[in-house]
Design a binder for this molecule. Structure first.
Ligand SMILES: [Zn+2]
Length: 482
């Protein structure tokens, strides 16, 4: 196999690098349908690891999975006024079925609040039926004009949690709990640090009372909205008549939340950790955490090396490590290294005849490319420790990079200079006025990513709005975003 040509460096053209990396690592491909993506096995394996981890976290916080239809009666969408306004322009609508025009067109779900709350109206009668905590893993369709693999595709995979509560306080608690679950997942599994906070009204989910978000900074200094959690108030329960009898016998509307993350996270993973050689996958989400590459020249060497390599594979697998032995014949070790490097495998173990004789292996780390000789005895323990430290280091590296590209207490001049210099997170004072926010967006393409949660707020926030000079009512985190 001829060596493929190197990726365009990130510093030269980040967008070209991103597309080439996805092709080289065989994560996804363009489909015959414009805007729709085919997730290839290597990409889907990462999504499966993400799903597995998140699904457990949802269950640990009391949620159950269910499944609702792909089609939603068109009239459902219009029952919540803001919701239809927000989603109507990007819906796909089915008008014919079985060769006949349908009495009522069906919308291919862009999100499932309407169909789910229509069912909740049947299932919830009393306060004893609450809280109702349901999650759905599904695909959704939003008719996007400009698409990017994983980041913005017409059809994508996601999970959407939908809950119903007896009080506003419980709904708010749930909204923030799931925002916290997302943050934990992104930091501890993806090694992707995030800033959490509330969205302004202009960036709020259509139909929500309040939207909270996890925002991550990519290596090109653009922000990625990685996950959102919405307090829907009683907007949908009023539209769908989801009522319940309270403990004191009154009738009230339930309080809803919804929250979601999607295959967009795979794009985030690539853009936070990838380097000019390809993907770097955090160990906790890697399909293969360790790949063993046997090195031999003669048939005799091949027999002894493969025997040790296979025994090592079994030992590592028995210790719970996701390990793959690349025993392909007729492919040089260098070509194998190149392929696994591109796919982002955290650790590579090389075993050659000299290693077999000495009872050692050669370990190569994907993050820094360093190689070291290790004793074969106790390898599972050594590799487990190496992965744990790599997982931590990746988070710390990403966090240090984000902080190096964040400025606080920005004046208008500093804000503009930072955007000119490539972007990043810009913390500033903000007057809270939509007009100011809209003007800044129009002139600079920067948006308020979040009004940061307390733990992310700067020690000192300017007392005036960075743009208009009026008194500041809150700190805001600005960035250009995907
Ligand atoms: Zn202002």
């Amino acid at each position: 196999m001829a060596e493929a040509k190197a990726l365009t460096p990130r510093a030269t053209d980040f967008s070209a690098w991103y597309n080439e990396l996805i092709a080289r690592a065989q994560l996804a491909d363009y489909s015959p349908v414009r805007g729709c993506m085919v997730i290839r096995p290597n990409g889907y394996a990462i999504w499966e690891q993400m799903q597995r981890a998140l699904d457990q976290m949802f269950k640990d916080t009391g949620h159950q999975n269910a499944y609702f239809p792909l089609f939603i009666p068109q009239s459902f969408l219009s029952r919540e006024a803001e919701h239809v306004q927000g989603f109507a322009p990007e819906t796909a609508v089915v008008t014919h079925g079985g060769g006949k025009e349908l009495e009522e067109p069906l919308v291919v779900r862009p999100t499932s609040e309407t169909i789910i709350y229509a069912m909740y109206a049947k299932w919830i009668q009393s306060y004893r039926d609450l809280p109702l905590l349901i999650n759905q893993w599904a695909n959704v369709v939003r008719w996007e004009l400009r698409t990017r693999l994983f980041l913005r595709t017409t059809e994508f995979l996601w999970q959407e949690g939908h809950t119903a509560h007896a009080t506003e306080a419980e709904a708010e608690e749930e909204t923030l709990r799931m925002l916290g679950v997302y943050r934990t997942f992104m930091e501890e599994w993806m090694a992707m640090p995030v800033v959490t906070g509330r969205k302004t009204d202009s960036e709020r989910f259509a139909g929500a009372l309040r939207t909270y978000s996890c925002e991550a900074l990519m290596q090109d200094n653009k922000a990625l909205q990685a996950g959102t959690s919405h307090n829907l108030g009683q907007n949908f329960s009023r539209a769908f008549e989801v009522t319940f009898q309270t403990a004191s016998g009154d009738l009230d509307h339930v309080w809803n939340t919804s929250w979601g993350v999607s295959t967009r996270l795979v794009g985030g993973l690539i853009m936070v950790h990838g380097d000019d050689a390809g993907l770097i996958c955090p160990p906790r989400l890697a399909q293969y955490q360790v790949v063993i590459v046997p090195i031999y020249r003669s048939d005799e060497e091949r027999t002894t090396v493969l025997e040790i390599a296979e025994r090592t594979r079994k030992e590592l697998a028995a210790a719970g490590i996701r390990v793959h032995l690349d025993a392909r014949d007729g492919m040089k070790p260098g070509a194998k290294y190149y392929e696994w490097e591109g796919r982002g495998v955290p650790l590579r173990v090389e075993i050659g005849p000299r290693d077999v004789a000495a009872g050692t292996v050669m370990l190569a780390r994907r993050t820094d490319g360093k190689k070291e000789s290790l004793p074969l005895a106790g390898l599972a323990t050594t590799l487990t420790a190496a992965m744990e430290s790599m997982q931590r280091d990746m988070l710390e590296t990403a966090r240090a990079r984000r902080e190096a590209n964040s400025i606080r207490g920005a004046t208008k001049k500093e804000f503009l200079a930072q955007l000119d210099a490539g972007g990043g997170f810009i913390y500033s004072g903000f007057c809270g006025r939509g007009e100011c926010e809209a003007e800044i967006k129009e002139q600079t393409k920067a948006t308020i990513r979040v009004l940061p949660d307390e733990s992310f707020r700067s020690p000192e926030v300017p007392t005036t709005c960075m743009w208009c000079g009026r008194p500041s009512v809150t700190e805001a985190v600005w960035a250009r975003a995907y």
